[in-house]
Design a protein around this ligand. Structure first.
Ligand code: SAM
Ligand code: SF4
Ligand code: SF4
Length: 378
């Protein structure tokens, strides 16, 4: 196995001033980037803190008790987040995902959801409003989240075996409590629920089949995520990536699968359905998804943008720098000025890291000072 090097580096320091075009604009409901990709999906990180220490995201060696988390005054307020979300929707965004860190740790998150739920897309419909969580607080909060207007949740769970899961979250959190959270979300109607499992070779790949067996036929979509080289602190190496094709082969040996069509362009997961006795997809058995950002780049249709906890806009999960929207908000910019800035930022976007990863020299990949997943969310 390759040597682990975990640089102690705070990537939040690098920031780009948001452009301030002379001409303001009223959004026309559609933007295209430099590679003709529309803007559809806004991911908002509401906290950089988490109660788990998953080694692939917030390893204890880096995120120890002295880690300099953002101060409360540095976080975007709910009013600031809602104002930006409204302007993004006017530019064509249709889906908003709250993430983190652990989003359910943000105090009064239900109030933010209530505020976002009142917004409308350019078609006059409610935006798709969802949230990604480690599930630890879901049992307590599922009902209130639903009442506030949240439509769905995605829960991260990397194993069914307690010892494996506790090792992975590195705080000894039990599987049963996450499963209780999922059950509470189902009961509250936060459906369809997705479960994300990051697969690390040699760590939890023996959990692939048990996880599939558990969620098959439950109405919950299990998605296998390739372990990514996101951030600069997880000591990523290719040896620990189990390609989705291999995950699928292992599953196919136990449960026959058939490919399904994507539901929408830019979808991150490749869908496969469980086959019934006739060899065709049996909807009662459900489906699984594969997110293969390492072995199968999906940048061509990438329509996602990420807003960090302190209001920086990242055009790619692997970006090294973000645009400082908080400075615009707190500097008194009007809606028309902010809308013009967002349009200028998106129109010059040409990011496609996953597509070019393989062609980058290893030293360059290692030297990259990328932003942490816990700071801009998944
Ligand atoms: N704390 C919440 C959670 O775990 O669901 C939300 C934030 S977490 C950063 C969002 C998603 O990113 C999770 O599903 C997590 O498993 C995934 N993730 C984090 N680091 C990753 C990595 N290095 N490779 C692949 N997925 C990763
Ligand atoms: Fe926390 Fe989610 Fe990162 Fe795990 S993946 S450390 S739960 S933010
Ligand atoms: Fe989108 Fe960047 Fe991921 Fe490509 S690497 S799919 S551009 S976030």
């Amino acid at each position: 196995m390759a040597e682990r090097v975990i640089p102690l580096y705070d990537s939040r320091a690098r920031v780009l001033a948001a452009p301030r075009p002379e001409a303001t604009m009223s959004p026309a409901g559609h933007l295209q980037d430099a590679l003709q990709r529309p803007l559809r999906d806004l991911r908002i990180s509401v906290t950089d803190r988490c109660n788990f220490r998953c080694a692939y995201c917030m390893p204890k060696e880096v995120f120890g008790k002295d880690y300099p988390y953002l101060r409360h005054a540095d976080l975007l307020t709910f009013e600031e987040i809602t104002r930006l979300a409204r302007l993004f929707l006017a530019h064509g965004v249709r889906k908003i995902r709250l993430t983190g860190g652990e989003p359910l740790l943000r105090k009064d998150i239900e109030r933010l959801i209530e505020m976002l739920a009142t917004l409308r897309t350019v078609d006059g419909t409610a935006p798709e409003l969802t949230l990604t969580t480690n599930g630890s607080l879901l049992k307590r909060k599922a009902r209130a989240l639903r009442d506030a207007g949240l439509q769905r949740v995605t829960v991260s769970l990397d194993a069914l075996d307690d010892a494996v899961f506790q090792r992975m979250n590195d705080v000894g959190f039990p599987v049963a409590d996450v499963l209780d959270g999922i059950a509470a979300a189902q009961e509250a109607g936060l459906a369809p629920i997705k479960v994300n499992m990051v697969v690390k070779r040699g760590t939890n790949d023996d959990q692939i089949v048990p996880m599939a067996r558990h969620f098959r036929g439950s109405g919950i979509v299990l998605r296998f995520i390739e372990y990514m080289d996101v951030g600069s602190s997880n000591g990523w190496c290719m040896d620990e990536v189990l390609p989705s094709a291999e995950v699928r082969q292992r599953l196919q040996q136990v449960f026959p699968l058939v490919p399904l069509k994507p539901l929408s362009p830019g979808e991150t997961a490749e869908r496969w359905g469980y086959a019934g006795a006739d060899g065709r997809h049996d909807p009662a058995l459900g489906e699984v998804g594969f997110i293969s950002s390492v072995t199968q780049a999906f940048c061509r249709d990438c329509n996602r943008v990420r807003l960090s906890t302190e209001g920086r806009l990242y055009l790619c999960l692997f970006a090294e720098r973000g645009y400082d929207l908080r400075a615009l908000l707190r500097g008194g910019a009007s809606d028309a000025e902010i809308a013009a800035s967002l349009a200028a930022i998106w129109s010059q976007r040409a990011d496609r890291y996953s597509e070019i990863r393989a062609s980058l020299p290893a030293e360059m990949r290692r030297a990259a000072r990328r932003i942490e997943m816990s700071y801009i969310g998944g």
